[in-house]
Design a protein around this ligand. Structure first.
Ligand code: ADP
Ligand code: MG
Length: 900
């Protein structure tokens, strides 16, 4: 077995010092030479290689000589003769696509780049043999080995596991491996969704002759839609279903079937799925309920269904869903839902997790003339998720807006990546019900307490990804119809025309509350308006055309304001007076829209149900019942436009960071007992990322504390450390502004007395230089199992929690996001020189946020971190108190997964 000795892989390579070594694949006959090599390894190298100082070298050499040139491959570097080995590198294939790599290099050849060369050669061979990912375990102290991996130019991912650093790197490195994985994932998702939305033959398993049943309605809908393919009813109990000859089983169908819709009772679904699998059907929509939504038994049934699908490579929408639907301009082309009505065709792609809500929304959307390009109810989303549809819509010319109703995220990281990319061209509107995903989060820190309280994490994700989140369903429709039917505004300046003062003012107020502007109109515009409006008309903004306003005046006023470059969007309010007819005004607005001098959104508001219907009937623009609704929708769209226009920014590089040292430290700490790091570890870890702390010393007793104070510059803070001492101030375990050795010694003795009285056991004293006067902030991070690391920054230190004044972002953050987080704080003015104090160094504070973000992003093992307070001053930003909890973590894979 295995392949022949690949002589063509032999090569001579040049090392850093200009000398060469010869590389050749290992031969089985190399066992003795390999043992020699291992014997030449220094003590450290041997420990690093075998994780033990006294390994069985004979066994190791035997193992290394065993190669098949495919799954087990080794390379040796020789110098001075064919069996004089100076280095060895090998991979052993394990899990599909994965291989472990390991190296051994004699001491005198280290630092010459030999490790990197061996790695590159191995990667090439491994790639050809189906290995896409190398995995290596490295001892914590051996973080230099990680540098060897990094130097190779491969995108290295590191994770700390108890007692070791785990290194992962792809074996292909040309042209951005990640990008290629992403492309592959995108194509796979699109191909999957295409089976559901563009099938050419559909089987309905459980098609029924009885209307009013799920199987009856879905079959009826399929026949009613303009579907160009074949529909097969499958029902063993009858020969004909709704005038179509029925098949007793999927197997009995002659032609290809590329989508099966399953509407049999839950107990029969897996059997039906098996039958479809046997028949080679690539996609299933399972309408049947009775799965995970019903409890443990249903959940087991769902797992069985999913396993059946996976084993066959078959994709699944549902179970417990309403079905899927697609439309082309003019017609619904596939209606595989059991909904009583179909939405009109349009440009909105719509995915809903709730079927019932999907039904209601289809109805309400149709009322507003909002049409869909494709609709999917994904139910329990056991396989296909909203993310897959987003991937599909990205390249679907029929879809211009994505609309999602979701209750929970399957993969928020992927959602965020997709939304950021797709949202630049097609807006995404989401209504997410407010159930907190973070309810069960452990809270050992201020940050944890703050973040577990609400839905802020989801808000942060949407905000950062440019997703428009609406609070209510009616707002969802308000925003979607604006996006679907009108151009995006170029800015936030709104012109308002109205025939009544009150609604105009309410509208202007609502605009301002929504972050929009209602600017004054320049003289030339006012003059033009005066030319055709009543002499009593108000020519400011809102333009109050008064109750006598005619349809023609609406038309001309809209045209005049739309021509004015200082206006980005228009709201036209009509409230029925005695004389003017709503139909006439509606028609005038339609005309005005048809002859607009430039692209600008116009939002008609017709303030009565009947009048609104008159405007809606023109199908010229989305129409609103209340001015506030129009203002709020416009405000949301405006924020999205701002996000979209912000240039895409790469993640900042922390050039002086030492991630490998940090990973080593964390690996060692994970091997120990403690969850909360000690001060020395914290200082080293923060130091690896350049996060500043004041100079400090640890001292075992009051006398040592006094000596330590003398070594430090200026006044100091004295803090007692200890396992039970968490909130030091409360225990009297903090004194600040102490000057000189005597004062510190005294304070330390007093502190000891206090602690003894309180029954607290002290560890060492921490003596710390005082930070300069400044503003106290809280900077914290909590690792969320679903979202990854979530960063919080609030002014007011401990009081941030109380004040609720906190900015939240999901890591990693960009420089612009760091700046935004700080500026979003209500207490931001405190940082810019409030009441004559000097402004703090904002750049240093932003930098600190970026460093924290980079650190927690690189090391998922940091479960919780509280820098409380960070003191921001004109001189910079330093953390004077830090708590860090660690926990084993599986880092998020950098590679998108085809299967969730
Ligand atoms: P804890 O939060 O456990 O009560 P801290 O170490 O945060 O203890 O100290 C409490 C307060 O003392 C801080 O909020 C800060 O106002 C002040 N403080 C502590 N250390 C320093 C320092 N090195 N420089 C300036 N002020 C400090
Ligand atoms: Mg504190």
């Amino acid at each position: 077995m295995g392949a022949d000795y690949p002589a063509y892989r032999e090569a001579d390579v040049v090392l850093h010092d200009g000398s060469t070594v010869h590389l050749r694949p290992v031969r089985p006959a190399d066992e003795a030479a390999l043992l020699n090599l291992l014997n030449r390894l220094g003590e450290d190298s041997r420990t690093f290689r075998f994780f033990s100082g006294a390994p069985n070298l004979e066994a190791a050499a035997r193992d290394m000589a065993e190669v098949d040139y495919e799954g087990r491959y080794g390379l040796v570097a020789t110098r001075g003769g064919d069996d004089s080995l100076v280095g060895h590198g090998a991979y052993v294939r394990g899990a599909p696509g994965h291989a472990e790599v390991a190296f051994a290099i004699v001491d005198e050849m280290q630092g010459q780049g030999l490790g990197t060369i061996l790695l590159a050669h191995l990667a090439e061979v491994a790639g050809e043999n189906g290995v896409s990912l190398f995995v290596a375990e490295v001892l914590p102290q051996n973080h230099r080995m990680v540098e060897v991996f990094r130097e190779s130019g491969f995108p290295v991912e590191i994770a700390s596991i108890p007692g070791a650093i785990e290194v992962q790197l792809p074996t292909s490195f040309s042209g951005g491996a990640v990008g290629r994985f992403e492309d592959r994932d995108r194509l796979a998702a699109r191909a999957a969704v295409r089976h559901f939305l563009e099938p050419s033959a559909v089987a309905v398993v459980g098609a029924s002759r009885h209307r009013g049943t799920v199987g009856g309605e879905v079959f009826h809908n399929l026949l009613q839609s303009d579907f160009g393919g074949v529909v097969y009813p499958v029902n063993p109990a009858t020969e004909v279903v709704q005038s179509v000859r029925a098949y007793p089983s999927v197997e009995a169908i002659r032609g290809e079937v590329d989508l099966a819709v399953i509407a049999v009772p839950a107990e029969g679904v897996t059997a039906a799925a098996r039958e479809c699998a046997a028949r080679g059907v690539p996609a299933l929509v399972v309408l049947s309920a009775g799965f995970a939504e019903t409890g443990e038994q249903g959940a087991a049934r769902e797992r069985e269904l999913v396993e059946t699908c996976r084993a066959a490579g078959m994709r699944l929408v549902g179970p417990n869903c309403l079905g899927v639907l697609t439309a082309e301009p003019g017609a619904v082309t596939l209606n595989a839902t059991f909904a009583p009505g179909a939405p009109p065709p349009g440009n909105v792609g719509f995915v809903t997790q709730s079927g019932a809500l999907g039904l209601a929304l289809i109805d309400l959307a149709a009322d507003r003339g909002l049409g869909v390009s494709s609709f999917a109810s994904i139910g329990n989303r056991a396989d296909i998720t909203a993310n897959d549809f987003l991937e599909y819509w990205e390249s679907d010319p029929a879809t211009g807006v994505a609309l999602l109703y979701i209750e929970s995220f399957s993969d928020p990281r992927r959602f965020s990546r997709l939304a950021r990319r797709i949202g630049r061209r097609k807006p995404i509107v989401v209504v997410k019900s407010g159930r907190s995903v973070s309810g069960g989060r452990a809270t050992g820190s201020h940050t944890g307490a703050m973040l577990s309280a609400s839905d802020v994490t989801v808000d942060a994700l949407f905000e950062q990804a440019g997703v428009i989140r609406t609070e209510t369903l009616s707002e969802l429709l308000d925003v979607s119809s604006l996006l679907a039917g009108q151009p995006l505004p170029a800015g936030g300046r709104v012109g308002i025309v109205t025939n009544a003062g009150g609604p105009g003012i309410m509208c202007a107020d609502a605009c301002e509350a929504a972050g929009l502007e209602v600017p004054e109109l320049p003289d030339e515009v006012r003059e033009e308006l005066a030319g055709f409006l009543a002499p009593e008309a108000g020519l400011g903004n809102p333009v109050d055309m008064i109750a006598t306003a005619t349809a023609e005046q609406y038309r001309r006023a809209i045209g005049t304001l739309a021509a004015h470059e200082g206006i980005d969007a228009l709201i036209a309010i009509f409230i029925r007076p005695l004389l003017t007819r709503a139909e006439d005004v509606a028609d005038a607005v339609r005309q005005a829209l048809a002859e607009l001098p430039r692209e600008i959104p116009v939002l008609p508001v017709f303030m009565s149900g009947r009048d609104r219907a008159a405007m809606a009937a023109t199908e010229a623009a989305p129409v609103y019942l209340y001015p506030e609704d129009a203002a709020r929708a416009l405000g949301r769209v405006m924020r999205h436009v701002e996000w979209r226009e912000r240039p895409e920014e790469p993640l900042p590089e922390i050039a002086d960071a030492r991630p490998d040292q940090a990973a080593g430290l964390l690996a060692e700490a994970l091997a120990g007992e403690r969850q909360w790091l000690g001060h020395e570890q914290i200082a080293e870890l923060l130091g690896c990322y350049g996060i500043a702390m004041p100079a400090w010393r640890l001292a075992p007793d009051p006398e040592a504390a006094a000596r330590a104070a003398a070594e430090l510059a200026g006044p100091v803070a004295l803090k007692a450390q200890g396992a039970g001492i968490v909130h030091k101030t409360e225990l009297g375990a903090v004194r600040v502004g102490l000057a000189g050795a005597d004062e510190v010694g005294e304070a330390a003795r007093a502190m000891d007395e206090r602690l003894a009285a309180a029954g607290a056991t002290r560890g060492a004293f921490l003596v710390q230089e005082m930070a300069g006067a400044g503003v106290e902030l809280l900077v914290g991070v909590v690792g969320d199992p679903v979202f990854g690391a979530v960063l919080a920054c609030g002014a007011g230190g401990t009081q941030a929690e109380l004040l609720g004044d906190v900015g939240v972002r999901i890591c990693p953050i960009t420089r612009a996001e760091a700046a935004e987080t700080i500026r979003s704080l209500a207490t931001f003015p405190l940082l810019t020189g409030f009441r004559g104090s000097d402004p703090v160094d904002l750049a240093a504070l932003e930098d600190l946020l970026l460093r924290v973000s980079a650190m927690v992003h690189a090391h998922a093992e940091i479960a919780e971190l509280d820098l409380n307070p960070v003191i921001a001053s004109p001189a910079g930003a330093v953390a004077v108190d830090a708590r860090i909890r660690i926990a084993p973590a599986t880092p998020p894979s950098p590679w998108p997964k085809t299967w969730r």
